[in-house]
Design a protein around this ligand. Structure first.
Ligand SMILES: [Zn+2]
Length: 78
């Protein structure tokens, strides 16, 4: 096993901003660091990684990440 991404072999049909429509997306889980420029001690740094959902559009190959948080999906009309 290798890599930072966990391929869970899942696809989902989700909206792609680039394609402007629902497309087949490959869903992966990756651990990403949330540490920015803040002063975080090394002891805490390892806790600053959160599982992140990575979706890759199979149509345009655009990779999108969203943290496993209560993120508000952008509500807007096109
Ligand atoms: Zn797309």
């Amino acid at each position: 096993m290798k890599g930072e991404k966990t391929d869970i072999g899942m696809t989902a049909r989700e909206h792609c901003d680039v394609c402007g429509e629902r497309t087949e997306q490959i869903v992966q889980i990756a651990l990403v660091s949330t540490v920015n420029s803040r002063d975080v001690s090394p002891a805490n740094a390892k806790f600053a990684r959160v599982p992140c959902r990575v979706t890759t559009c199979t149509a345009c190959r655009t990779e999108r990440r969203e943290a496993h948080r209560r993120a508000r999906p952008p509500t807007g009309r096109s």
